[in-house]
Design a protein around this ligand. Structure first.
Ligand code: SF4
Length: 666
């Protein structure tokens, strides 16, 4: 249900005792929805634009209920920065509203909290095992020190950074200290994985000495939840990984104690080599399905011919040998990653998923490498146990259509749901969708790209600040730059130009983004070209002058690869013909477009223009998948020279007049 205008209404009485700020539009509506929804024992799903203050509203609405019922609030988000913000908002409630009974902590993994260099930065399972080894052999002095101390019950709000610094100063293990502290907390902020991963979840609840039934769960930015859940259960092994495993074997089993492991590594690699030879070198990455009818007997022959008990026993032995390698590496003060151990884990996953339709088995072939990949395509089984929680609150800026989210996660359709009205007025945000621009696959011709370049340059010319152009894919980006005079046009306009690249390292990309943002603050009107679904169009915020206009080139639909086709088939079986393709193919693409379009509008003070350069964005079918605030501010224009430029220029002129009026006191 959508309410027409955002209002500052009445908060539920109990919530008023917690809400620490001047209310913003939409917050009271959200508070009522959550408070009364949870009170009535419902799960709640909410879409609300970024910058409207969802975190503090959610906390204030849930805390009175949690307090009365003695529930713990587990607030999860995707990134560490997001969970730190939860504790910062909680501390505002603590300070401003004087709620000194509140205690909260943000939890970070062992690899980031640990003071031992051997553990720092290691993958989670490795970090856990090394830490276990160090504790068992009493070689971790910080752990020993912590054990010798009495830990008082502390109250207040602690970020993981604070706990780490405290641990460093007091010379005690920050990780186990935070585990002690969380036992007494009302609010625990943590990343999704603690609730998704069954093993981590069981450790969490054991530490807290509580049950799911006594917890309220929040999934913030929950549009990420299904992909992340499926990703945690997906795993691959490549020919390079197998080569490294063989090398490790020769190095650490000089006496040849485990000949079966060596033989099996070679046997498995032999299969990958065979497939690679069959398909030859591919300039572009391709996917092919694994012929399991042939591959399973291929593995079975090995066990028969070599007297191995079965694959599961073999996988366990490989992991054991991998653990032994890690121990030796730890003693030699080397990185403890073991390719043998990874292969053992992969083999276990292979055995447990090979007959499960929720997992796809396929090969990814590129120019000089091949990978066997096991991809989880259904997260409902993983998330099902969470439904035992007292309530689940899902919130995001891009959740429409909410039915699809609930279906994909397997959350009940009777979940209470609400799309909050847009807090961004038409005066501050303008969305232009261009009718007549066709960027469907077969229309990607040079003349079409030239028209796109022309429109982009028109928009950039009319924009008095930083602009980003996010393309549907890297292929579109490369064609766009190669087949047009876009770069030259930017140069002629005297604008600094930055372009995202597939082969950039995180550091190179970060440096580029910092430069782009700095130009915005300096009023240099820079241009950034990137891709939807890429590292800059999701997860990075560009508030204020860091970006004021964003152009989306095309709809970022995925290539029709083996895995995409298989996903459509599977979802069609699960949800029917109509929803199948929509959930597997259309919805993820429009989520990517939504995310990219929202980059410049991060706070209620931001203003800007979003240009959707593809006819399909103006169609009712595709508009269903766009965020409510984007739809509400959309103007559809017919494509013609100068039209877009005129509209964008008029919008920014009105902003300038508005600012001048404010400065001049009207
Ligand atoms: S006990 Fe703490 S400091 Fe010691 S290795 Fe484990 S996490 Fe690190």
């Amino acid at each position: 249900m959508v309410t027409a205008t955002p209002k500052i209404g009445q908060f539920p009485l109990e919530v008023q005792d917690y809400f620490p700020f001047e209310p913003r539009p939409g917050q009271s509506l959200m508070a009522n929805e959550i408070y009364y929804g949870v009170l009535a024992n419902n799960h709640v799903a909410i879409e609300g634009a970024a910058g409207m203050g969802k975190t503090v509203t959610c906390l204030s609405s849930l805390l009175p209920i949690c307090k009365r019922e003695g529930c713990t609030l587990l607030y999860t988000a995707r990134t560490h920065t997001q969970i730190q913000r939860v504790i910062e908002e909680l501390s505002m409630i603590y300070k401003i509203k004087g709620r000194h009974e509140l205690t909260g902590i943000s939890v970070y993994g062992r690899a980031n909290m640990c003071l031992n260099p051997e553990v720092q930065g290691a993958p989670p399972v490795e970090a856990m095992e090394i830490c276990g080894e160090l504790r068992k052999t009493r070689r971790c002095r910080w752990y020993e020190e912590l054990k010798s101390k009495e830990i008082d019950r502390m109250s207040g709000c602690f970020t993981s950074e604070y706990v780490r610094e405290y641990g460093l100063e007091a010379e005690v293990c920050p990780y186990y200290l935070s585990k002690e502290l969380m036992k007494h907390c009302n609010v625990i902020a943590l990343t999704y994985v603690y609730l998704i991963n069954p093993f981590m979840r069981s450790i969490l609840f054991k530490t807290l000495d509580t049950s799911l039934e006594s917890c309220v769960l929040v999934f913030d930015e929950c549009h990420n939840l299904p992909d992340l859940a499926m990703h945690t259960m997906s795993l691959g092994v490549s020919d390079r990984g197998l080569k490294r495993a063989l090398k490790e074997y020769h190095r650490y089993d000089a006496a040849g104690k485990y000949p079966l492991i060596l033989k099996f590594l070679k046997h498995f690699k032999g299969y990958l080599d065979q497939v690679q030879q069959e398909y030859g070198a591919h300039p572009e990455e391709i996917e092919i399905g694994v012929d399991l009818q042939a591959f399973i007997p291929y593995l079975a022959t090995f066990t028969k011919q070599n007297g191995a008990k079965d694959l599961f026993v073999l996988a366990r032995e490989i992991k054991q040998f991998g653990r032994h390698i890690r121990r030796l590496k730890l003693e030699a003060k080397q990185s403890t990653y073991s390719s043998v151990y990874h292969f053992g884990t992969f083999l276990e996953q292979f055995i447990s998923t090979v007959k499960d339709s929720q997992y796809l088995h396929y090969m990814i072939l590129a120019k000089d490498r091949i990978q066997y990949y096991i991809r989880c395509i259904d997260c409902r089984g993983l998330l099902r146990p969470l439904q035992r929680a007292r309530s689940i609150i899902s919130m995001s800026g891009t959740l429409e259509p909410i039915d699809a989210y609930l279906d994909i996660c397997g959350f009940p359709q009777h979940t209470r749901r609400r799309v909050l009205p847009s807090p961004f007025s038409h005066k501050l945000v303008r969305v232009f969708a261009m009718r007549g621009i066709d960027l469907t696959y077969f229309s990607r011709t040079t003349p079409q790209y030239q028209i796109l370049a022309k429109r982009c340059l028109e928009v950039i010319r009319a924009t008095p600040g930083n602009t980003a152009v996010f393309c549907a894919s890297y292929d579109v980006l490369e064609s766009f730059l190669k087949k047009t005079e876009f770069r030259r046009g930017i140069k002629d306009l005297g604008r600094p130009f930055y372009s995202e690249r597939r082969d950039f390292t995180s550091r190179q990309n970060q440096e580029m983004i910092t430069k782009f943002k700095t130009k915005g603050h300096q009023g240099k009107k820079a241009v950034l070209v990137g891709v939807c679904g890429g590292r800059n169009s999701e997860g990075v915020d560009f508030p204020g002058p860091e970006m004021i206009t964003v152009i989306i080139l095309g709809i970022p639909l995925a290539r029709m690869t083996h895995s995409v086709n298989a996903l459509i088939t599977y979802y069609t079986e699960q949800f029917g013909v109509y929803k199948g393709k929509e959930y597997a193919y259309t919805l993820p693409a429009l989520r990517r477009a939504n995310q990219a379009a929202g980059r410049p509008i991060r706070t209620l003070r931001d203003y800007g223009v979003i240009v959707l350069l593809d006819d399909r964005y103006s169609h009712a079918y595709y508009r269903r998948f766009l965020s409510h605030w984007i739809n509400e501010n959309m103007v559809i224009l017919n494509d013609q020279d100068g039209v877009l430029e005129g509209e964008v220029a008029r919008f920014y002129l009105s902003q300038q007049n508005h600012e001048n009026n404010i400065k001049g006191g009207f």
